[in-house]
Design a protein around this ligand. Structure first.
Ligand SMILES: NC(=O)c1ccc[n+]([C@@H]2O[C@H](COP(=O)([O-])OP(=O)(O)OC[C@H]3O[C@@H](n4cnc5c(N)ncnc54)[C@H](OP(=O)(O)O)[C@@H]3O)[C@@H](O)[C@H]2O)c1
Length: 248
C-alpha cells in the first residue's frame, strides 16, 4: 500500500483529499491541530463521509502544530520508520485578509510559515523517499498566486512563492521520476474565510467545493506513468464573492 503525508487533513479541502486518497488505497498520515487525542470511528466517519470503515482504518490523524517547525523533522522521521512515503500533499494553509498595515507581525509570520516554509521543509525531508518510490508532490496554491490581491497582499505572496517553488522543484527532480503538481483553486467553500469579511458564494456555479479540488487530485494521481500534470487551475463558472454582513 502506498503511503501519503497530507497536511491540513482536519478540515475543508484537506479532509476531502484524505477521503479521495483512502479510496485510492493510500495509507494517509493527516496532519492538523484540531484532531482529538485518539479520534474514534464516529469522528472519522463524520470527517470523511462515504469512506468505508475498513478504509478509515488506513487514516492516521497526526495532531501537530505546523508552526512548530523545529519538531517537524522528528515527527516525519517517526512516520517514515513505518515505511517510505510516496505522496506528499502540502495542503495546510492560513489566510488573513485586510489592509496590509492592519495585519499583525504574528499573522504575517504564521502565513509565511504554514503556507510556504512548511511545504519547503516537508519536501526537503521527504525527497529521498519520493525519489526512491517515484513519488508525487502536490502543492495547494491558489488563483491568488497569479493575480494582484489587494487586501490579501501577504497571503497572495505566499501562494505566488509556493507556485514558483513548485515549478522549479519539478524541473530539479523530474529526472529522478518525481512528479510535482501545483493546484490553483479559486474560492472554495470551507472554514478558510472564518476571519475575513468576505467568502465564497453559496451557488454551485459561483464557488468550488472541497470535493471538486479532491477530484482534481484524483485526476492528477491517476494520470498514466510518464505524464505529469504540473499545473492545474480550478475556477467556478461565474466570478462572485459574498460580502459578509451585507444587506441583501
Ligand atoms: N478555501 C479557499 O477558497 C481556497 C482557495 C484556494 C486555495 N486554498 C488553499 O487550500 C488549502 C486548504 O484550505 P481550506 O479551504 O480547506 O481551509 P480550512 O478549512 O481552513 O483548512 C485549513 C487546514 O490547514 C490546517 N492548518 C492551518 N494551520 C495549521 C497549523 N499551524 N498546524 C497544522 N495544521 C494547520 C488546518 O488544521 P487545524 O485547524 O486542525 O490545525 C486545516 O486542516 C490552503 O492551503 C488554502 O490556502 C483555499
Amino acid at each position: 500500500m502506498k503511503r501519503a503525508i497530507l497536511t491540513g487533513a482536519s478540515s475543508g479541502i484537506g479532509a476531502a483529499i484524505a477521503g479521495e486518497l483512502l479510496m485510492l488505497d493510500y495509507e494517509v498520515y493527516g496532519f492538523g491541530r484540531s484532531f482529538p487525542e485518539s479520534p474514534e470511528e464516529n469522528y472519522l466517519s463524520a470527517l470523511l463521509p462515504g469512506v468505508p470503515s475498513d478504509r478509515l482504518a488506513n487514516f492516521h490523524a497526526v495532531r501537530f502544530d505546523l508552526t512548530k517547525t523545529g519538531a517537524l523533522a522528528e515527527r516525519v522521521r517517526e512516520i517514515r520508520k513505518e515505511g517510505r512515503i510516496s505522496l506528499l500533499v502540502n495542503n495546510a494553509g492560513v489566510g488573513y485578509f485586510g489592509l496590509h498595515e492592519e495585519l499583525s507581525p504574528a499573522m504575517l509570520h504564521e502565513m509565511v510559515t504554514v503556507n510556504l516554509e512548511v511545504p519547503m521543509l516537508l519536501c526537503r525531508l521527504l525527497l529521498r523517499d519520493l525519489k526512491e518510490t517515484g513519488g508525487h508532490i502536490i502543492e495547494l496554491s491558489s488563483v491568488t498566486a497569479r493575480k494582484s490581491s489587494p487586501h490579501g497582499c501577504a497571503y497572495g505572496a505566499t501562494k505566488a512563492a509556493l507556485t514558483a517553488f513548485s515549478g522549479s522543484l519539478f524541473d530539479e527532480v523530474r529526472k529522478y521520476g518525481v512528479r510535482v503538481t501545483c493546484i490553483h483553486p479559486d474560492m472554495t467553500k470551507s472554514n478558510f474565510y472564518r476571519s475575513a469579511d468576505f467568502g465564497p458564494e453559496e451557488a454551485a456555479d459561483c464557488s468550488l467545493s472541497p470535493e471538486d479540488v479532491a477530484a482534481a487530485v484524483r485526476c492528477v494521481l491517476t494520470a498514466r506513468d510518464g505524464l505529469v500534470v504540473s499545473d492545474m487551475t480550478l475556477l467556478p463558472q461565474k466570478h462572485r464573492i459574498a460580502r459578509k454582513n451585507q444587506k441583501k
